[in-house]
Design a protein around this ligand. Structure first.
Ligand code: NAP
Length: 247
C-alpha cells in the first residue's frame, strides 16, 4: 500500500510518515523542499521501510499535479493521503495582514483541496482510499489565530463533505485535531511569545487532564488507525487528540 504524507519533513508529518512505513506502507514524503525530506526518508529506509521524498508546495496546482504523478509512477496508486502540511501566521485580528490570512488559507485549505482532488482520482479508480486531514483544537477558537482557526474549522467541513462524496467509492475521510504538540511549530510560538519552550510545555501540561504535552507519535498513532483497512466504517469524523475532552 502507498501513502502520501504532506509536510513530512519534520514534526507530526515526519512521525506519521515513519509510523505508516512501520505499518508496512511505501511512503511518499512531500514537503516544500525535496532535500528537506531526506531525514524522514533515510529514517524509514534505515528501519527497513520504503520511501521517497518529493518537493512540492501543496498550494501550487502544477506542483501538486506533478508530485502526485511522480508518486504514482514511482510507488503506485496512493491508498492513503495525509494532508498535514501547515504554517502559522499568528496575530491579533487588528494586526493581521492580508498576507497572513492568505498564506494560512493557501497552505491548509487550498493545499488540502488540491492534494485531495489530485489523489482521489486514483483512489476512486481503485475503489479504496483513506484520507486524513490535520485540523486543530484551534478550530474551536483561539486568540491570535483568526486565520488558522478559520482554516482548521474549514478543514472539518471539507473532511465531512469528502466523506459524503467519496464514501460510495470505498474512500473514508477523517480529521485529526491535535491539542498542544511538541514540534518546531509550537517552539516557534513560544519563541515569538518570549517564553522558554520547556516552561511553555510545562504550563500547557498543567492545564491538560493527562498532565503532559502531546508528541508527534500521539498523532501518528491516531492517523495509523484511521489509515488502516479495518477503519472502513469510520468516516467524516473529527478526532480530538488533546489529552482531554474537546469539541
Ligand atoms: P511543523 O513542524 O511546522 O511542520 C510542518 C511541515 O509542513 C514543515 O516541514 C513545512 O515545511 C511543511 N510545509 C509548510 N508549508 C508547506 C507547503 N506549502 N507545501 C508543503 N509543505 C509545507 O508543524 P507541525 O507542528 O508538525 O504541524 C503539522 C500539522 O499539524 C499542521 O497542519 C498543523 O497546523 C497541525 N497542528 C499542529 C499542532 C501542534 O501543536 N504542533 C496542533 C494542532 C494542529 P518547511 O519546514 O519547509 O516550512
Amino acid at each position: 500500500m502507498v501513502a502520501i504524507v504532506t509536510g513530512g519533513a519534520r514534526g507530526i508529518g515526519a512521525a506519521t510518515a515513519r509510523r505508516l512505513a512501520a505499518d508496512g506502507m511505501a511512503v511518499a514524503v512531500i514537503d516544500l523542499d525535496e532535500a528537506g525530506c531526506r531525514t524522514t526518508v533515510d529514517a524509514i529506509k534505515e528501519a527497513g521501510g520504503s520511501a521517497i521524498g518529493v518537493g512540492a508546495d501543496v498550494s501550487d496546482a502544477d506542483a501538486v499535479a506533478a508530485a502526485v504523478e511522480r508518486v504514482v509512477a514511482e510507488l503506485g496508486t496512493p491508498a492513503v493521503l495525509v494532508n498535514n502540511a501547515g504554517v502559522i501566521r499568528d496575530n491579533l485580528l487588528f494586526k493581521m495582514t492580508d498576507s497572513d490570512w492568505d498564506t494560512v488559507m493557501s497552505v491548509h485549505l487550498r493545499g488540502a483541496f488540491l492534494m485531495t482532488r489530485a489523489v482521489q482520482a486514483h483512489m476512486v479508480e481503485a475503489k479504496y482510499g483513506r484520507i486524513v486531514n490535520l485540523s486543530s483544537t484551534s478550530a474551536l477558537g483561539n486568540r491570535g489565530q483568526a486565520n488558522y482557526a478559520a482554516a482548521k474549522a474549514g478543514l472539518q467541513g471539507f473532511t465531512k463533505t469528502l466523506a459524503i462524496e467519496l464514501g460510495p467509492f470505498g474512500i473514508t475521510a477523517n480529521a485529526v485535531a491535535p491539542g498542544f504538540i511538541v514540534t518546531e511549530m509550537t517552539q516557534a510560538t513560544a519563541e515569538r511569545m518570549g517564553v522558554d519552550f520547556e516552561a511553555f510545555q510545562a504550563a500547557r501540561a498543567k492545564e491538560t487532564p493527562v498532565r503532559r504535552p502531546g508528541y508527534p507519535a500521539d498523532i501518528a498513532h491516531t492517523i495509523s488507525f484511521l489509515a488502516s483497512e479495518g477503519a472502513g466504517f469510520v468516516t467524516g469524523q473529527v478526532i480530538y487528540v488533546a489529552g482531554g475532552p474537546r469539541g
